[in-house]
Design a protein around this ligand. Structure first.
Ligand code: FE2
Ligand code: FE2
Ligand code: FE2
Length: 208
């Protein structure tokens, strides 16, 4: 009788363990959903901010910088859509609060954009990917990783524009944006497929 009693206690204890594990998983799942919402909000705001920066660059006569901001804005819109799709798949509603972008001169706008991209590629997305990986949320890992790789290119392009600012006054620079993942690059006729998502060249739009 005593043995049966002990086994019963163990069984009850195990049920308790399972409950704790479920609770821990639910909390962990919430972290990635929160991260997806933060990323959706960030990308939606970046899209609006770069549109405003493009208008300012046009106004100040930095035609090729304006084209870069337009291309990046399109890319951020694609990231926002991709994050939103994963949020919806998880049964939640994507929520973004679009603030009024702080628009300064084109040089300052490029510096602000570079700082934002650097934060996203070095801190924000790596942290989100780590969390989503721990939660085995493959769809979230995929959308975070796709965005992060485009942010790497955005940062490079903003750095280049800052270094060659006077030369970027003239119109003429054209950018390619992958409509599947948002990868952005200076026009490159040799590119046959997207280096991030492998989409064929037909999935790219040209922005100038
Ligand atoms: Fe983005
Ligand atoms: Fe970006
Ligand atoms: Fe792509």
């Amino acid at each position: 009788m005593k043995r049966i009693h002990v086994a019963g206690v163990i069984a009850i204890m195990c049920l308790g363990c399972a409950g704790l594990a479920d609770a821990a998983e639910a909390v962990a799942g919430k972290a990635t959903l929160d991260n997806l919402q933060a990323a959706f909000n960030g990308e939606s705001n970046a899209k609006a901010k770069y549109e405003a920066f493009a208008a300012k660059a046009d106004e100040e006569g930095y035609k090729s910088v304006a084209a870069l901001f337009r291309a990046a804005s399109q890319s951020e819109g694609i990231h926002a859509k991709k994050h939103a799709a994963v949020i919806t798949k998880l049964g939640a509603e994507p929520k973004a609060e679009i603030g009024k972008p702080e628009v300064k001169g084109t040089k300052e706008n490029l510096e602000a954009a570079l700082a934002g991209e650097t934060h996203e590629k070095e801190t924000m997305y790596p942290g989100f990917i780590k969390q989503a990986t721990a939660e085995k949320n493959k769809a979230a890992v995929r959308t975070f990783r796709g965005a992060m790789m485009a942010e790497v290119e955005h940062a490079k392009l903003y750095k280049q524009a800052l270094a060659e600012l006077d030369a970027w006054k003239a119109a003429g620079k054209e950018f390619m944006v992958c409509q599947i993942c948002g990868y952005t690059a200076l026009s490159n006729p040799a590119l046959v497929k997207c280096p991030v998502c492998s989409a064929p060249k037909t999935k790219f739009t040209m922005v100038k």
